[in-house]
Design a protein around this ligand. Structure first.
Ligand code: NAP
Length: 486
């Protein structure tokens, strides 16, 4: 299917009109509509999951779990948006004695929806980061219409899921045009550069995400572009942890880097272990699980190329697995030394999307600090350590400046949808390090603050009025207070 530029104009015009109405919904009404979408998707798992299996090669159990996560996420974001915390409401009453030196006016600040958002889904999460995934859910819950760019890896699933979403929105009385789907890269670029579009949200690889980020910034009116891109997700194993729990750590790492055939943006792709600890030998002897075919030929070729390029280096050897098959590939562990990694960081520290990871042996724990300092932005960084390890304080301090999520003796695969989740990080993990694409804080990406100065009560948004009519916690004259009934 292809959409002409006139059709893009029409889709955006419909989104603008729907967005005006949707932004004016009372928050509880918006939540009810999104619960209806979640219920409709839950009801058609038996239809959607087989299409997803056919298009992605992912196993049924994984896909059913992902659909459940997706509808849970829709309901959670809808409910949290209805509670209004993401509006960060502040009310300052006029104060003639304000110590700044001049009287304080009556100032009231809340947030309003941005307007139409273009969302790009990822190949590796055909439900949770796709049509009705986290970006769509948070944009809709925050009051924004969505134009969704389907991934070429699962076009039929995208259309089937979108049909359910559109029907459920209509059945709940939501405005027509609130949600629509486009398919080609050109259509995505045309939508992103349309003057009435106000944000982009993307999950995928660095090249595409960067190209679209640059496009969003090069518009006459630059707009926010929330790209969640790639990450290597290093794991730092201290000498004491290796001595105390070596086999347990090795087993956990193997399970994590091979989970889902390594097709997670949070796959631990670099594993730093002490030389002489025996961990590299344990990994060399590990039985790596056999996996299924990768998501699509492009991902399989990309994995093959980056694995072969790494394995061909003089300073890298094959520690376990390998074998050169393209699809399904055998899980592969490559090995190098910390000194070589530090000497050729940009060539060795690369995302190899698929079931391949690099084991790095270090001679001295000080090298862990050097590697941490050399990192670019990461989604996660993991410490496998003991509580009284001297190195972990300084190491964690450096890693907190580099990664969006730090893990202590746990594994980075699996990104729970919660209130405190942070899925993002400095570039290239994301293009907006102050935000998250998973968890309830994702809502704030799709609103912007507005202050009303000196307005009469009847013209204020409900959450700003003295007789507050829209629920939200509020900071009143500097003091945080729960909203009515909260
Ligand atoms: P991708 O190839 O980057 O594609 C994502 C979307 O962007 C697709 O709709 C694609 O269109 C479009 N696109 C790509 N390049 C474009 C360009 N130059 N101009 C316009 N549109 C473009 O993503 P992928 O296949 O899902 O790649 C997997 C990567 O995603 C991995 O590196 C993985 O780490 C990353 N990922 C990141 C996260 C995260 O949260 N950070 C989560 C999952 C995956 P077409 O489909 O039409 O080609």
């Amino acid at each position: 299917m292809s959409t002409t530029s006139t059709q893009i104009d029409d889709l955006v015009a419909a989104a603008v009109a729907a967005g005006d109405e949707w932004a004016g919904y009372d928050p509880a009404g918006r939540a009810r509509v999104l619960h209806g979408v979640a219920d409709a998707l839950d009801a058609v798992g038996d239809t959607l999951v087989p299409i997803a299996q056919r298009e992605t090669n992912l196993p049924e159990g994984r896909l059913r779990g992902e659909l459940k996560r997706t509808t849970f996420q829709l309901r959670l974001l809808a409910d949290v948006a209805a509670a209004g915390e993401h509006l960060d409401v502040r009310v300052d009453h006029a104060d003639a004695d304000w110590p700044m030196g001049a009287p304080r006016p009556d100032l009231r600040r809340t947030c309003v929806p941005l307007g139409p958002v273009v969302v790009w889904g990822a190949s590796n999460f055909p439900f949770a980061f796709s049509v009705a995934g986290g970006d769509t859910a948070s944009a809709l819950a925050a009051g924004c219409p969505v134009i969704y760019k389907a991934h070429r890896g699962h076009p039929d699933l995208s259309d089937a899921t979108a049909a359910i979403v559109v029907d459920a929105l209509a059945a709940a009385g939501a405005p027509a045009g609130l949600f629509s789907v486009i398919h080609t890269q050109d259509e995505g670029r045309a939508a992103l550069t349309h003057p009435a579009v106000k944000a982009g949200a993307f999950t995928g690889g660095i090249p595409g995400g960067r190209a679209l980020f640059d496009l969003a910034q090069s518009r006459p009116e630059p707009i926010p572009f929330y790209g969640e891109l790639g990450s290597v997700n290093p794991v730092f194993v201290t000498a004491a942890a290796a001595a105390a729990r070596g086999q347990e750590i090795v087993d956990g790492f193997v399970a994590s880097f091979t989970m889902g055939q390594g097709q997670f943006c949070t796959k631990p792709g670099l594993f730093l272990v002490p030389a002489g600890s025996g961990l590299a030998a344990k990994l060399g002897a590990a039985v790596l699980p056999e996996g299924h075919r990768l998501l699509n030929p492009g991902i399989a070729d990309g994995h093959h190329e980056s694995r072969e390029e790494l394995a061909a280096r003089d300073d890298v050897s094959v520690l376990a697995g390998g074998g050169g098959e393209v699809d399904p590939p055998s899980a592969t562990l490559l090995a190098t030394a910390a000194a070589d990694l530090l000497a050729h960081f940009e060539e060795i520290f690369v995302e190899c999307f698929g079931p391949t990871a690099v084991v790095v042996e270090y001679d001295d724990e000080a090298q862990l600090l050097d590697v941490a300092r050399a990192l670019d932005g990461q989604l996660t960084a993991t410490l496998a350590a003991q509580d009284d390890d001297a190195i972990v304080g300084p190491l964690a301090n450096i890693l907190a400046r580099k990664a969006g999520r730090l893990l202590w003796n746990q594994w980075p695969t699996g990104v729970s949808v919660t209130y405190a989740q942070q899925h993002g990080g400095p570039y290239p993990a994301s293009t907006a390090s102050g935000t998250t694409s998973v968890g309830t804080a994702a809502l704030t990406r799709f609103v912007r603050p507005v202050a009303w100065q000196g307005f009469p009560q009847q013209l204020l948004p409900g959450e700003l009025r003295d007789d507050q009519t829209v629920p939200a916690p509020r900071r009143i004259d500097g003091v945080l207070q729960a909203g009515p009934g909260q």
